[in-house]
Design a protein around this ligand. Structure first.
Ligand SMILES: NC(=O)C1=CN([C@@H]2O[C@H](COP(=O)(O)OP(=O)(O)OC[C@H]3O[C@@H](n4cnc5c(N)ncnc54)[C@H](OP(=O)(O)O)[C@@H]3O)[C@@H](O)[C@H]2O)C=CC1
Ligand SMILES: O=C(O)CCC(=O)C(=O)O
Length: 479
C-alpha cells in the first residue's frame, strides 16, 4: 500500500469474498485525490464476520497469553516499517497534518507494543482461603467476540487501543471502522495478519453505521461492544446492547473547558488553548472548545488567542509546515459554520475566523462574549471553534466547567498550586490537567469521561483496559 493512488479495500473476513466496492473516499484537502473505494456492506457481512470470529476465538484464547502478545509486538514492528506510508494515507483520508498523522501512527505502534508486552503480565490474584488446604485465585476469561465501532478522527490509534487489549486477552474481534477513514485500519489489520494473527480472529466490515454498525451491535453473539463517537449514536448503541444483556463501553463527546486565571502566563495559556482548540482541526473529543477567563486576564487572553489563530492557517496537511488541515467532510464543515452563525445570532462576537473561503478549509475561529446559555458554550461542535466565556473567579469558573452534560477533559492555567488543587478536586471530568492542553493522552493511563461523555464503567487504555474485555472467575483449589 502506498501513499499515492487509490486503495481498493475488501472486507477483511476469514474465507470470504470481497464485498462490492461502492463507496469512495476522497482527500478532504484535494477532492481530485480518490483515496479509497470500500464495500458498502450489509447485515449479512456482519453475520458472516461474527460467525468467523466465533469460530476462531477458542483457538486464539487457548494460546498462551505471551504468544498472543508476541503477535501484537511483531505487528508493531511491521507497522513501524510502514510508518511514513501509513501516516501519509492517514493525512489523505482524514485531513490532519502529516506531523499529527505521524504522531498518531507512532501511538498505534506503541499501543501494540504496550498491550503486546501485557501478554506477559495478564493474570488474576491469589487470596488466602478460610478453608484449610485450599487456595483461591482469580482467572481473567475473555468475553468472546468483541465488536468495535470506531470514528474517523483517530482512525488508526482508536482501533489500535480497542483491538490490542481485546486481542491480547483472548477475544476475537469484529470492527466497523468509520466510512470516511477505511485505509488506516487496513494498515493495522495488514500488520496484524502479517504478524501471524490466525484467520477469523480479526474481521473488518466496511459500510454505513446505520446498517453495519447496527447489525454488529444487535448480534447476541457479540459479548462486548466498545464504541467511540457521538453521544447520540452511543446512547442508541447502549440501549441495544443492554437490552440483550451484553457489555458496552462508550466514549463519546466533550465540551472541554480550559480555565485561565488572572495569574496565568497569558501567552502560554493562549498557545495551550490554541493547541487544544485548533490542533487536529479541533476534531478531538478532548478538544478545548470553551475557555473560561477571569477578569484580569480576559481581554489580553482573547487578543493572544486571536494571534495564535493566525498560526493555524488551514492548508493541505501533506504540505510541509501546515499547522492545521481541512475539516473532515462537507457535512462537518456545515455543522461548524452553522455553529458560528448561531453563536453570532445569540450575541457572541466572532473575533477571528468563521469563514471557509475555499473547499473544506475553515479558518480557526475565536468567539468572545459567549454566555453560559449560548449553544457555543453547550454543544459539541467538533471543529476549530473556540468559545471564550468570562467568570468572576475560580469558584464561578469551576461552576461553568461543570455546567455541561459532558465531562471528558478539563484544564486550568495558573501558577497557584492551591487553586490548581481545588480545580483538580472539583472538576467533573475524567481527565483533568494543570497547565497542559486538554488534548493529548498518555497511552499507559486510563482514559474515559463522566456524565454524557462515557459509560463511566470500564476505562480505555492503560493497565485497566483489559478489564472491559475480560471477566473474572474465582477458583477454589483444594488438595
Ligand atoms: N468522541 C469522539 O471521539 C467523536 C465524536 N464525534 C461527534 O459526532 C459527530 C458526528 O460524527 P460522526 O462520524 O457522524 O459520528 P458517529 O457517532 O455517527 O460515528 C461514529 C461511528 O459510529 C458509526 N455509527 C453511526 N451510526 C451508527 C449506528 N446507528 N449504529 C452503530 N454504529 C453507528 C459510524 O459509522 P459511519 O461510518 O457510517 O459514520 C462510525 O463508525 C461529530 O460532529 C462529533 O460531534 C465524532 C467522531 C468522534
Ligand atoms: O486527545 C487525545 O489524544 C485523544 C482524543 C480522543 O480519544 C478522541 O478524540 O476520540
Amino acid at each position: 500500500m502506498t501513499e499515492s493512488g487509490t486503495v481498493r479495500i475488501a472486507n477483511h473476513l476469514a474465507g470470504s469474498a470481497a464485498g462490492e466496492p461502492t463507496v469512495e473516499r476522497r482527500n478532504p484537502a484535494d477532492p481530485t485525490d480518490l483515496v479509497a473505494v470500500t464495500p458498502a456492506s450489509d447485515a449479512a457481512a456482519v453475520t458472516e464476520a461474527v460467525t468467523a470470529a466465533e469460530g476462531a476465538q477458542p483457538g486464539w484464547a487457548a494460546l498462551p497469553a505471551p504468544a498472543r502478545g508476541t503477535v501484537l509486538m511483531d505487528a508493531a514492528e511491521i507497522l513501524r516499517g510502514r510508518h511514513e506510508a501509513a501516516a501519509r494515507d492517514l493525512t489523505r483520508e482524514e485531513g490532519k497534518t502529516l506531523a499529527e498523522a505521524r504522531g498518531e501512527v507512532r501511538r498505534a505502534i506503541d499501543v501494540l507494543r504496550y498491550f503486546g508486552s501485557a501478554g506477559w503480565r495478564l493474570g488474576g490474584r491469589t487470596f488466602p482461603s478460610a478453608t484449610p488446604d485450599t487456595t483461591v485465585h482469580t482467572r481473567l476469561e475473555p468475553m468472546g467476540v468483541a465488536g468495535l465501532i470506531t470514528p474517523w478522527n483517530f482512525p488508526i490509534a482508536i482501533p489500535a487501543w480497542k483491538m490490542a487489549p481485546a486481542l491480547v486477552s483472548g477475544n476475537s474481534v469484529v470492527i466497523k471502522p468509520a466510512e470516511l477513514t477505511p485505509v488506516s485500519v487496513r494498515h493495522l489489520t495488514t500488520a496484524l495478519t502479517e504478524a501471524g494473527l490466525p484467520p477469523g480472529v480479526l474481521n473488518v466490515v466496511h459500510g454505513k453505521g446505520s446498517v453495519v454498525g447496527e447489525a454488529l451491535v444487535a448480534d447476541p453473539r457479540v459479548a462486548a461492544v466498545s464504541f467511540t463517537g457521538s453521544t447520540g449514536v452511543g446512547n442508541r448503541i447502549r440501549e441495544t446492547v443492554e437490552r440483550r444483556h451484553g457489555r458496552v463501553q462508550l466514549e463519546m463527546g466533550g465540551k472541554n473547558a480550559v480555565v485561565v486565571l488572572d495569574d496565568a502566563d497569558v501567552e502560554q495559556a493562549a498557545a495551550l488553548a490554541a493547541a487544544g482548540g485548533f490542533g487536529l482541526t479541533g476534531q478531538a473529543c478532548t478538544a478545548s472548545s470553551r475557555i473560561i477567563c477571569t477578569p484580569g486576564v480576559h481581554d489580553a487572553f482573547v487578543e493572544a488567542l486571536a494571534a495564535q489563530a493566525d498560526r493555524y492557517r488551514p492548508a493541505d496537511g501533506l504540505v510541509a509546515g501546515t499547522a492545521m488541515g481541512p475539516v473532515v467532510s462537507a457535512s462537518q464543515l456545515e455543522t461548524d459554520v452553522a455553529a458560528v452563525e448561531r453563536a453570532r445570532a445569540e450575541g457572541a462576537t466572532v473575533v477571528t475566523g468563521g469563514v471557509a473561503p475555499d473547499g473544506l478549509f475553515l479558518a480557526p475561529t475565536v468567539l468572545a462574549g459567549v454566555g453560559p446559555g449560548h449553544s457555543s458554550a453547550r454543544d459539541e461542535i467538533f471543529g476549530p471553534v473556540v468559545a471564550v466565556l468570562p467568570a468572576e473567579g475560580l469558584d464561578e469558573a469551576i461552576s461553568l466547567v461543570n455546567d455541561s452534560v459532558y465531562g471528558l477533559a478539563a484544564s486550568i492555567c495558573t501558577r497557584d498550586l492551591t487553586a490548581a488543587q481545588h480545580f483538580v478536586a472539583r472538576a467533573q471530568a475524567g481527565v483533568v490537567k494543570v497547565n497542559r492542553p486538554t488534548t493529548g493522552l498518555d497511552l499507559n493511563v486510563p482514559f474515559g469521561g463522566v456524565k454524557d461523555s462515557s459509560t463511566n464503567t470500564f476505562r480505555e487504555q492503560g493497565p485497566t483496559a483489559v478489564e472491559f474485555f475480560t471477566w473474572s472467575k474465582s477458583v477454589y483449589l483444594g488438595w
